[in-house]
Design a protein around this ligand. Sequence first.
Ligand SMILES: NC(=O)c1ccc[n+]([C@@H]2O[C@H](COP(=O)([O-])OP(=O)(O)OC[C@H]3O[C@@H](n4cnc5c(N)ncnc54)[C@H](OP(=O)(O)O)[C@@H]3O)[C@@H](O)[C@H]2O)c1
Length: 245
Amino acid sequence: MRIGFFGFGNMGRAIGAALDSQISGLEFFIYTPSGSTPLLEIPKDLDYYILAFKPQSLEEFHFDFLPEHKIISLLAGVSLETLIRKFHVSKIARFMPNTPALYREGAGLLFLSLKYSKDEKEQTIKMLESTGKVFLMETEDQLDRATGFTGSGPGLIFEMARIFEEELNKLTDNKLPARDMIAQTFFGAATLMQNDSSRFSELRDSVTSKKGVTYEALEVFKENQLQEIMSKAFAAAYKRTKEFK
Ligand SMILES: NC(=O)c1ccc[n+]([C@@H]2O[C@H](COP(=O)([O-])OP(=O)(O)OC[C@H]3O[C@@H](n4cnc5c(N)ncnc54)[C@H](OP(=O)(O)O)[C@@H]3O)[C@@H](O)[C@H]2O)c1
């Protein structure tokens, strides 16, 4: 399989590494403005063309796609309609990956235009599964609404981890290996979530005894309306996604 990448930053590299580790005989053709391959040297007979630059770069990006080309766009929020209007190609898929794709642990959201045949659809899903789990979206709006949770999810979780680490360091005078302790706690909790299909609230309750240590901490979350804060954050992420339309 021969794949072209337009843009090869954090996400392009994560996807490229995941594909390369799972699919044999892959050939990549990479264009970035600061790279050594000119845009004109990207062949016109590749199996897929992956748009892996920022949505803000779409306006300045130009490539003469052919109508039969298959494009996979990673551009957050940019609609199929905008991409079809710009590139005159109808086989466009929108894929919203996240960076754990680097370790094939991504949660990727996929929306395919109706022009993909059944076989092409299966091939595309199989290829993208090299990056982790792929969740097929029925509508583009589902993809846009879920972007703040999965695409941005690792960033939000890293912020939580940073707070855990900083607070642990404060309480223990920097005497403990806080980073490792917190990374292992997040990893362990994620492992439980993957291996036990209970509701998250049940998993929470299973480690929370009335008036116990976890209970006291959770009460502070409740009193300070943590859920409302998170709700506002996800609404802001969705609003921003829609602005890229
Ligand atoms: N990072 C994430 O967690 C994440 C998650 C989900 C989706 N995404 C999506 O993935 C895409 C890329 O994000 P990123 O985090 O990988 O960005 P990034 O690390 O900033 O990389 C951007 C890449 O685009 C290239 N580029 C800039 N202008 C270009 C142009 N006009 N034509 C072609 N390439 C151009 C850059 O090349 P130079 O270095 O030469 O400028 C660089 O290789 C975005 O659309 C984003 O919405 C990212």
